[in-house]
Ligand binder design. Structure first.
Ligand code: ASP
Length: 210
């Protein structure tokens, strides 16, 4: 999503090598916001690189799946990559890409492609990208909730993030986290999940945050 209020998203995509690039094409090439299961020919027509679905199967995810099915692993069913950015002109953007949660119901769509749930960005306020138990992020409209606290209640970014995590994640017994950048360049990384890796660039250097 770009901070001017436009968004593109894909869900249940098995062939786009980089789903965020496919999402960007939805924003740029269609009148729509969210496409489900985009066809290979459509992706190729947009110049988006496609791969065999096996490309996304990794040994660690395969093991997670067996553990969850065997009832051994209740947590750590997720794994998402997200990014937020602020450019020199003060414009913000957010992008999120996920494999969903392990052992999810066929046809499930999580929060990641749902604008306002797992991803949100508005210039002058904030860009947010989330990871975690998607159902809570959808029900709590988490990314938009942070934006709304800042936009309408004048909350500072760290306070907005804290309040949203408390109300919409802790309050629902769900776990996850997010990265956010405010219009002033302030970066906030927060999670109530056991771990979340994050890094940002400062003066051309990559700085690991968690
Ligand atoms: N939020 C994603 C989903 O629920 C999972 C994740 O963050 O790893 O589909």
């Amino acid at each position: 999503m770009t901070g001017d209020g436009r968004a593109g998203a894909v869900a249940v995509t098995r062939r786009a090598k980089n789903p965020v690039l496919a999402a960007r094409k939805v924003l740029e090439e269609t009148d729509h916001v969210l496409l489900v299961a985009p066809e290979e020919a459509v992706l190729e027509g947009w110049g988006v690189e496609t791969v065999d679905p096996e490309y996304f199967v990794t040994e660690s995810r395969r093991q997670q799946l067996s553990s969850v099915r065997a009832g051994v692993l209740a947590q750590s069913r997720h794994g998402t990559v997200g990014a937020v950015a602020l450019d020199l002109a003060g414009r913000v953007a957010a992008a999120t890409s996920t494999g969903g949660i392990v052992n999810q119901h066929r046809g499930r769509v999580g929060d990641t492609p749902v604008v306002g749930a797992g991803t949100y960005a508005r210039d002058g306020v904030v860009a947010v990208s989330c990871t975690g138990e998607g159902e809570a992020f959808i029900e709590g409209a988490v990314a938009h909730d942070i934006y709304a606290r800042m936009r309408y209640a004048g909350a500072a970014l760290p306070d907005a993030v804290r309040a949203t995590i408390d109300t919409e994640l802790n309050g629902r017994g769900a776990n996850g986290g997010l990265v956010a950048v405010g219009a002033d360049g302030r970066v906030v990384v927060a999670h109530n999940s056991p771990a979340m890796f994050a890094a940002c660039e400062e003066a051309g250097e990559l700085v690991t945050l968690t």
